[in-house]
Design a protein around this ligand. Structure first.
Ligand code: PLP
Length: 617
């Protein structure tokens, strides 16, 4: 046997896994407490009748990330004797689902972890659930109503900062204060950086960015606040340079700009300006390949750089060291959610010798030659025989097109070439075209989920997510795999990539289930997920783990077919009425059976739209 050099059995776990998961006894296990296999959790949920994809949330992973963020920055503050505090808010746009937000609030309590809102709906979530005393920041464009919500938040006792994106917003805030004489919320200013943003989301920074005030506008803002006697409400300057930063050079450049702007504004009399908000953008390692990592820095490096830079700017300009604020979302949320989806079918292109159907006599000479190549291919001649067989195949296909050979001959050609490629791959380790050949004999795995609903960034941005099977990890995966989702859109596919190949196991689904897990699905995917083909957010469950075992809490079934239709504004009473009418006037269904058919139909309406694994109970 040759070694499968492309992917080890841990599917790059040591690259992206962050010690959150381990492989034990051939299964992926959650690396905490009793270390339960994810498969056990999935099987237990399925015993209760839930089918289709499952989204598992692990609260301890949210806690780990929050802890890590605060500890890392606080360690750097200590090391550099930095006097400003470290504070953070979670940007709700990354994941607003109650199943997640609840966990976030609970795990962040001890740190005074706050929330960032970018819209009215998000602000309402923050106003309702933010911990007392923890900060709320409000970014994005705001109308009068949204600003008014900010005033109400302040009156409720929240420590709320409205970050203005333009001078118009500041005018509105000041006017409203004057009119109502209500206490002003804090005002933050988003600065327009000279430094360009980076990454796919780079439009967030730079001089042509959608957001932020130029230097001239900044000076004008200070003047406006001063004139209104409200300069003491200015408490924060803010920037955000983009998501999933590959390296930290742009962040450092932005910080130099921001640090100096902070110092200048302090000197202009902004005595309560006490925070520099770096936005988010810290990357998550999604790569399954050691040599192809997404990010080149560690969190400690970022923290050290930020603290050191701000400290030296403040020393230089003789101003107080500001609080460091961050709004990292992806970093906090991504790891907590794992999507698990059952494989429904293998669309096997794998032919065994059994599929060969050679004629007793009259096989075309090239087919007989293919057979000889197959019978005698070995390690030494593999490359040569392989090339011969591919040539023969081309000729045979041409002969078929010209009408000289029949369908049976063509089928034998396909089978033989397939067998030859497999034999070559198995006998010769160093074939130069290994990758291309793997692609040629890839297996299509039909997986019970919707890529559009559950991993929209794969579809929209080509963002990769770590994928691995939940069990059989003690066996070598041999099939080059591409994954099909169950939407009828040809984009709903994770193709086999020769450069970053996915290998899966040879499975007999009539014997055993095979589940694939998609990791790091906790950031952005849920709310960006779309109902293409009307597939809904999957069934979700929160999994608490302690030393004794695990508990499945907060199980939320995926929406039923009726709910889905209701959600896009069908009158579901009418839908049911129409269905009933059609059954009643059917000329095929006998009268005495109509009630049963209707009952069956109503049962389907109450279930979710994902497929059921038909083979196993
Ligand atoms: C999106 C966004 C964030 C979060 O970015 P991540 O890359 O998820 O950390 C933070 N701040 C602002 C203003 C944002 O728009």
């Amino acid at each position: 046997m040759t070694k499968n050099k492309e992917i080890p059995n841990d599917y790059g776990l040591s690259v992206w896994g962050n010690n959150n998961f381990i492989v034990s006894d051939g299964k992926v296990c959650v690396n905490t407490g009793s270390k339960p296999p994810i498969l056990d959790i999935v099987n237990e949920i399925r015993t209760d009748g839930y089918r289709g994809p499952l989204l598992l949330r692990f609260p301890h992973l949210v806690k780990n990330q929050i802890e890590k963020m605060y500890n890392t920055f606080n360690k750097a503050r200590k090391e550099y004797k930095y006097t400003g505090r470290f504070q953070a808010v979670f940007p709700l746009k990354v994941n607003q689902f109650p199943g997640f937000v609840q966990i976030l609030i609970e795990k962040g309590e001890k740190y005074g972890y706050g929330l960032e809102a970018g819209s009215k709906a998000e602000l309402i979530i923050a106003m309702a659930y933010n911990q007392d005393g923890a900060p709320i920041t409000v970014n994005g464009f705001k109308d009068e109503e949204m600003i008014s919500l900010g005033f109400i938040a302040r009156e409720m006792g929240h420590d709320v900062t409205l970050t203005i994106e333009g001078l118009g917003e500041l005018d509105t805030i000041l006017d409203m204060q004057k009119k109502t004489n209500d206490p002003m919320p804090n005002v933050g200013i988003r600065i327009r950086l000279h430094t360009a943003g980076i990454g796919i989301w780079g439009k967030s920074g730079g001089i042509n960015a959608k957001f932020g005030l130029t230097s001239t506008e900044l000076m004008r803002a200070v003047q406006l606040l001063k004139n209104a006697g409200q300069l003491d409400r200015l408490n924060m300057i803010h920037f955000h340079i983009g998501s999933q930063m590959e390296d930290i050079a742009p962040l450092k450049r932005a910080l130099r700009e921001a640090g100096n702007i902070y110092a200048e504004l302090r000197k202009m009399g902004a005595v309560n300006l006490k925070a520099v908000n770096l936005g988010g953008g810290l990357a998550v390692e999604y790569s399954q390949d050691e040599h192809n990592k997404s990010a080149s820095y560690s969190l400690q490096e970022v923290a050290n750089d930020v603290v050191f830079l701000l400290k030296s700017i403040c020393e230089n300009k003789g101003v107080e060291e500001p609080d460091i604020f961050t709004e990292s979302g992806r970093l906090i949320a991504a790891s907590h959610a794992v999507l698990v989806a059952p494989v429904l079918e293998l669309f096997t292109q794998e032919y065994t010798e059994k599929a060969l159907n050679l004629k007793e006599t009259g096989n075309p000479p090239l087919v007989s030659e293919l057979y000889d190549l197959y019978a005698t291919i070995n390690e030494k001649n593999a490359a040569e025989y392989l090339h011969d067989s591919l040539d023969h195949m081309e000729s045979l296909l041409t002969l078929f097109d010209l009408g000289y050979i029949d369908l049976q001959d063509r089928s034998n050609t396909e089978v033989l070439v397939h067998l030859i490629i497999r034999k070559a791959l198995n006998t010769a380790a160093h074939l130069s075209e290994r990758d291309r050949l793997q692609q040629r004999i890839q297996e299509k795995y039909l997986v019970n989920f919707s890529l559009f609903q559950s991993l929209p960034d794969y579809w929209g941005l080509g963002q990769e997510f770590p994928i691995m099977p939940l069990d059989r990890l003690d066996k070598k995966p041999t099939r080059s795999a591409s994954l099909w989702d169950i939407t009828c859109d040809s984009d709903g596919e994770i193709t086999f990539k020769a450069k970053r190949p996915l290998f899966l196991h040879d499975v007999d689904l009539s014997e055993q289930n095979y589940f694939l897990a998609f990791f790091l699905a906790g950031a952005y995917q849920e709310v960006l997920g779309m109902r293409h083909n009307l597939f809904s957010h999957p069934t979700e469950a929160t999994i608490e783990i302690d030393d004794e075992g695990y508990h499945i809490c907060d199980l939320k079934p995926a929406a039923s077919l009726l709910d889905i239709l209701d959600d896009i504004d069908y009158d579901i009473t009418d839908v049911q009425k129409q269905l009933k009418k059609r059954i009643e006037r059917s000329e095929i269904i006998p009268v005495e059976k109509r009630q049963d058919v209707l009952a069956e139909l109503y049962l389907y309406l109450s279930e979710n739209g994902y497929l059921k694994t038909t083979r196993l109970v």
